[in-house]
Design a protein around this ligand. Structure first.
Ligand code: SF4
Length: 495
């Protein structure tokens, strides 16, 4: 390939003599000697363009992350080293080969991994927040420092989903909105804490792998199930120690003796009526407004969801448990002569079941998934005929990873990848001021398949060559590198 295609952008003749131009993104910073560009990721080191951060290499079989001196690079089997896109640099415009195209051998098979730091304008984060508490109405704006950076999407089973980022917030609004969105995404992707507020809803602090903090209160438990499920799970244990159990839930409140579970146990109907819309026997929707009280409702006193008891069915002395889906709230009542529930000390046997509801809850966490569209131009860094890469991925001939973490590739057109950021190494994400997110992406395949799909074969380097020469994009200076152990839960990318 002619050198003119490979080096930094053609020199701008009006540029001062001590400057170099970075061409890793469309901003094309002109960087003075000793300075770095607008994203702080590239610098002018004595007239050479260098990537400021070291390229991150995963080494199989290592314990805790550690930095090793350069000399120890020799002699490591190539099958035990995986070059990630983190710190690898980016080639722009896209017809240039990716910064690293590294050969290796695993189990006697020649492999190649195409490595780059992708620049993603089309990308978002999906947050799964384990909580029963009301975060805000579906479709409501999610803000960070007052700027709209996303929206509330669906509630899932025990979790509320948020969408953060996306091209419309990055590029479709004001400059400030785009910049704030990009910063929010970068922080969350890098497993940092971010404070968000939801229009008409809650303020919260979220961080990948940590409990969400809703309205200043750290969430502890993810509910065992909806109210109906809780009835179903514990019905047999309730039988004999309570005459009626109401599991208060913003979604489906369960009433034991009316529920199929109570009927199967031949429990005597208790004649207690619950407010809300009856869906099916013993299952009620909308018993209260959503909130941060019992079971994700706005109630502090559970008796407010009860209608007067049916005098023909209920009886004085009836023992009633009211409990939330996490067991965090529970009350024990006995009906008096007027069939009014009166608080009473909870029997030990009932308290043990309430404790078991809590025991069956998992710790509440925030999960952050990155979704990025790699179906666009960065494919040209892999192949002269990019659609062949897309097809090869769909045929499972190519493994896609992000920082060595397994990426799910969505069905359908393009290469839309999704990855759990907590499976990626720390500080995997960066940004450029266009604004866009920078994220590592690696494509691993058999060398023969790479040749077949029109790969840049003249840029394939062995690991020692790559370590010695560095990325051709950054003036060929040897790459600084950092070794880390792969996340224990991840499959080895070259297997
Ligand atoms: S913003 Fe960063 S990547 Fe883009 S041209 Fe400037 S230094 Fe290079």
């Amino acid at each position: 390939m002619p050198a003119v295609l490979e080096r930094a952008a053609p020199r701008n003749e009006r540029m001062a003599g001590d400057k170099i131009e970075c061409n890793a993104c469309p901003v094309l910073c002109q960087i003075s000697r000793g300075k770095s560009g607008a994203c702080d990721r590239y610098a002018n080191d004595g007239g050479h363009l260098v990537r400021v951060d070291p390229v991150l290499l995963l080494r199989r079989g290592q314990g805790e992350p550690q930095t090793l001196p350069f000399e120890t690079d020799d002699g490591i089997p190539s099958s035990d080293v995986f070059v990630t896109g983190i710190g690898a640099s980016t080639t722009y415009p896209d017809y240039k080969p990716a910064p690293f195209i590294v050969s290796s051998q695993a189990d006697g098979v020649d492999l190649v991994t195409v490595v780059t730091e992708g620049i993603f304008s089309y990308c978002s984060l999906k947050l799964k927040i384990d909580t029963d508490r009301w975060l805000g109405p579906e479709q409501a704006n999610v803000r960070c420092r007052g700027e709209v950076v996303g929206h509330v999407t669906t509630a899932e089973y025990g979790s509320q989903m948020l969408s953060i980022g996306g091209v419309h917030h990055l590029t479709g609004g004001s400059k400030k909105e785009g910049r704030t969105t990009c910063e929010t995404m970068e922080l969350l992707g890098n497993q940092q804490a971010v404070e968000l507020s939801i229009d008409g809803g809650a303020s919260l602090v979220v961080q990948a792998g940590r409990a969400p903090i809703v309205g200043g209160v750290e969430e502890q438990r993810m509910r065992v199930g909806c109210g109906s499920a809780t009835i179903g799970i514990f019905a047999r244990q309730f039988h004999g120690v309570a005459d009626e159990v109401v599991v208060v839930d913003d979604h489906i409140t369960g009433v034991l003796t009316e529920h199929q579970a109570g009927r199967c146990l031949s429990m005597r109907p208790a004649g207690l009526r619950v407010r809300g819309r009856r869906s099916t026997p013993g299952r009620y929707f909308q018993v209260a407004n959503p909130g941060t009280g019992w079971g994700g409702t706005d109630i502090a006193d559970p008796l407010t969801i009860l209608e007067p008891a049916d005098a023909n069915t209920a009886w004085p002395g009836l023992r009633l448990l009211m409990v939330s889906t996490t067991g965090e709230h529970a009350g024990w009542y006995v009906l008096d002569e007027q069939l009014q529930p009166q608080p009473a000390p909870m029997p030990q046997a009932v308290a043990e079941i309430v404790a078991r509801i809590g025991e069956n809850c998992e710790p509440a966490l925030t999960t952050v998934l990155f979704i990025g569209g790699a179906g666009g131009s960065l494919r040209a860094g892999v192949s002269d005929n990019p659609v062949l890469l897309t097809r090869a991925i769909k045929q499972s001939l190519v493994k896609v990873t992000c920082g060595g973490a397994p990426a799910y590739v969505w069905p359908g057109g393009g290469i839309t990848v999704m990855v759990d950021v907590s499976q990626m190494p720390a500080r995997s994400f960066g940004s450029v001021p266009t604004p866009a997110i920078v994220a590592p992406i690696e494509f691993t395949m058999r060398l023969d398949d790479y040749r077949m799909l029109g790969g840049h074969m003249d840029h394939v380097r062995t690991l020692p060559q790559m370590l010695a020469a560095g990325s051709w994009h950054t003036d060929g200076a040897p790459s600084q590198r950092r070794w880390v152990a792969p996340a224990a839960s991840n499959p080895w990318p070259l297997d």
